[in-house]
Design a protein around this ligand. Structure first.
Ligand code: WTA
Length: 702
């Protein structure tokens, strides 16, 4: 992790927070009256005196084939093991156990992006049939076995949870790559996870266009081959069952339409395999400080217990509710709070294929009205976008939310208020859920019936988790001191990832390297480092200000600067590249790329080449908003690129003292070039949020 200690004399702990404290807002009595968890004794049950046994309460929400003997084995930190000795199956817990009482209850109502197309309504019993038949196919036709990994590259269709659950049923670890990622990004993840089967779809809708997705599978297989992994079979689900929606050819004896072969498995049933609690359920790749994404490995028992408990208490889903999380299942939010948590508690959920503003920004509210959605879950970037495009739309529709979630980035109090007043019509309890791919589930949030909301702060630590803000020397920053520092969690919890797949050293180093007493065998000496900066109010509420490492959070999606830079460097004309975040009203942050060219090359095509390379290698979400060509990049005398300086330029903040740089003269030159272009195009931030300024102050050098 880039450590900025030496670049300024202001340490993270000394950066004071200047925003005003917000008032508490209390949930309505109507909400409290019906809530799943309104018993204040829960705080005592999950108090430090009852740690770690408190997490039994979550694990007891599951059906175990064999009960565990040890709640937490912390003898080998930071490889903590939960519910040791226990055995269970995630697919059984999410599907089979609901059949007896709730077989006909709706598991998913899938909504096509095309408004005229009918919904697909899938009951728990139908889900069970689909999962069994596909598991039979996987076992027999694809030859997968317990302990294998299989890569998925699927869009938002019901077949995605079906595939995940079928694999979980067999004890095969799934690795779903976000459908919007490129074929080559998928290929890299196939290599890292050593998968020999790829499961994908032929096509899906995005903003009204049916996109060919099968072509990405061909690229992924090619890329995997370069990395030394042969994909033996590609299984392709069809967007319109029985009909091909792709013009990309199917490769003989490698590519198969699931629809062509599933008939053979009609009526087949596959016993869920009883697995140890620490059996890896899935991998989810996320960005970090190096170019190589990390495969966060999540367990079966600890993870499922944690997402089930937090779904029950924090999402407050009751049997009669209709829940809609608008995230993509390709991200951790979808895994935890569309698939595993909600299915485990037997929820009825909406699955939406499309984008929220197609064909217009009234679409989400029409869906909510039509399907009776009363719990809604989305990200600040979507809220900002819907607010901008259709501030008055929610009032036109007759839906009633009792509960709303925001996740993925810090939410500005102003945007929070629109969500609360206009979307929630002043009636819905809001939870601002702070967490990460690595944490499996919420780590900072209010418990909606028992803790008041505070716009802009996620809330205190989730039940059983004790957050602490540490300065660079590892000293605790006292709550209420107004100072920002590194957000850490002082104790282990069951949802935390087990390791980075194939790289345990990187796991230890990334999340524990900064503060752990490495020789200690006590969990107390191993605080978990989130990589986020934040402050804690006197009330214990945390306000996350942004990343302290080299990660850019674009519309709630994490992109590593190194990943962006190495993609840019595939353009042969480029000598050096640096990626920095620029403030964006809707997306929070957007990446800007600064590049210097090799001598004597033509610069005219560079911008489109860099944008194209990044879209192809990572995916369109990573496409930089600007590519700035500079004669040189500002560097320290030891040759490190000062991203903080160029990030300051991109965001019109003071670059600070640059006289100690090796090449201070380029700073003025770059500033002149970039800022005059931004003035010309009107791309100048009006009110740069305090949090963005802090993020820049800490931004990496390398
Ligand atoms: C940020 C998404 C402020 C944070 C679940 C974190 C948030 C990163 C919030 C993880 C929130 C997530 N308030 N910031 N409520 N939720 N973040 O892995 O920087 O895609 O470290 O997981 O998003 O992003 P990831």
């Amino acid at each position: 992790m880039a450590n900025q200690n030496d670049k300024t004399d202001v340490s993270e702990g000394q950066i004071a927070a200047h925003w005003k404290e917000e008032e508490f807002i209390f949930p309505t009595t109507g909400f409290v009256g019906q809530a799943n968890m309104a018993d204040p004794n829960v705080f005592e049950r999950f108090g430090e005196d009852n740690y770690p046994e408190c997490f039994r309460e979550y694990a007891d929400l599951l059906s175990w084939d064999q009960y565990w003997h040890t709640t937490l084995d912390s003898s080998n930190p930071p490889f903590f093991n939960w519910f040791v000795g226990g055995k269970l199956n995630a697919s059984y817990n999410c599907v089979d156990r609901h059949l007896e009482k709730n077989g006909n209850k709706v598991a998913f109502t899938w909504v096509s992006e095309i408004e005229e197309e009918p919904d697909r309504v899938i009951s728990y019993r139908e889900l069970w049939v689909m999962v069994n038949e596909f598991a039979a196919l996987l076992k027999d036709f694809a030859g997968v076995k317990t302990g294998d990994r299989v890569t998925l590259h699927m869009p938002m269709v019901p077949e995605l949870p079906v595939t995940m659950l079928a694999l979980a049923r067999l004890g095969v670890t799934h690795s779903q790559v976000f459908g919007g990622f490129s074929g080559s990004a998928c290929g890299d993840r196939i290599v890292d996870s050593e998968s020999h089967i790829l499961i994908t779809s032929d096509a899906y809708y995005r903003s009204g266009t049916l996109l060919d997705h099968k072509s990405k599978a061909d690229e992924a297989v090619e890329q995997a081959k370069k990395g030394g992994i042969e994909v033996k079979k590609v299984l392709v689900w069809q967007r319109y069952p029985g009909k091909s929606s792709t013009s990309t050819a199917m490769k003989n004896s490698r590519d198969y339409y699931v629809n062509d072969i599933i008939g053979k498995y009609r009526g087949h049933r596959v016993e869920p395999i009883s697995l140890p609690a620490d059996h890896p359920l899935f991998l989810m790749y996320t960005s970090g400080t190096t170019a190589k994404p990390k495969g966060c490995q999540h367990s079966t028992g600890g993870y499922l217990a944690y997402v089930t408990g937090t779904t029950q208490y924090y999402q407050d889903i009751r049997p009669e509710d209709v829940y809609w999380c608008m995230a993509d299942i390709g991200w951790i939010t979808g895994h935890s709070y569309i698939v595993y948590g909600p299915l485990s508690v037997g929820a009825s959920s909406v699955l939406f294929e499309g984008v929220p503003n197609y064909p217009d920004p009234g679409r989400p509210w029409r869906i909510a009205e039509r399907l009776g959605v009363n719990i809604f879950h989305t990200a600040p970037t979507t809220i900002r976008m819907l607010r901008k495009a259709g501030p008055d739309e929610p009032a036109k529709y007759d839906y009633n939310f009792k509960h709303m979630t925001t996740v993925g980035e810090p939410i500005e109090p102003e945007v929070w208020r629109w969500y609360y007043d206009v979307v929630g019509k002043g009636k819905a309890a809001v939870v601002d859920t702070y967490w990460q791919t690595e944490t499996g589930g919420f780590i900072g949030t209010t418990l909606p019936a028992l803790e008041p909301m505070k716009p802009g702060s996620c809330g205190p630590g989730a039940l059983g988790i004790v957050p602490v803000i540490l300065d660079d020397d590892g000293n605790k920053i006292e709550p209420g001191s107004g100072k920002a520092g590194n957000v850490c969690m002082s104790n282990p919890w069951p949802g935390r990832m087990q390791t980075i797949y194939g790289d345990p050293d990187r796991f230890v180093d990334t999340y524990y390297g900064k503060y752990a007493k490495k020789d200690s065998k006590k969990w107390e000496d191993w605080p978990y480092v989130t990589g986020d900066g934040g402050t804690q109010g006197e009330d214990g509420y945390i306000r996350v200000v942004g990343r302290v490492d080299d990660v850019i959070n674009v519309a709630g999606h994490r992109l590593g600067t190194k990943e962006l830079e190495s993609a840019a460097l595939t353009v042969s004309e480029i000598g050096e590249a640096a990626a920095v975040p620029a403030f964006d009203e809707l997306k929070g942050r957007v990446p800007e790329l600064y590049v210097s060219l090799k001598p004597g090359v033509d610069s005219s095509e560079i911008e489109s080449l860099v944008k194209g390379a990044i879209s192809t290698i990572i995916g369109p979400i990573a496409r930089p908003s600007e590519v700035w060509i500079t004669s040189d990049l500002p560097k320290t005398r030891s040759g490190k690129i000062m991203r903080r300086v160029i990030a300051s330029i991109s965001n019109f903040v003071d670059v600070g003292d640059v006289t100690t740089l090796a090449n201070p003269e380029v700073v003025e030159e770059i500033k002149e070039h970039v800022q005059s272009a931004k003035f010309k195009s009107g791309n100048v931030p009006k009110d740069l949020p305090e949090s963005m300024k802090k993020e820049i102050e800490r931004f990496g050098e390398d």
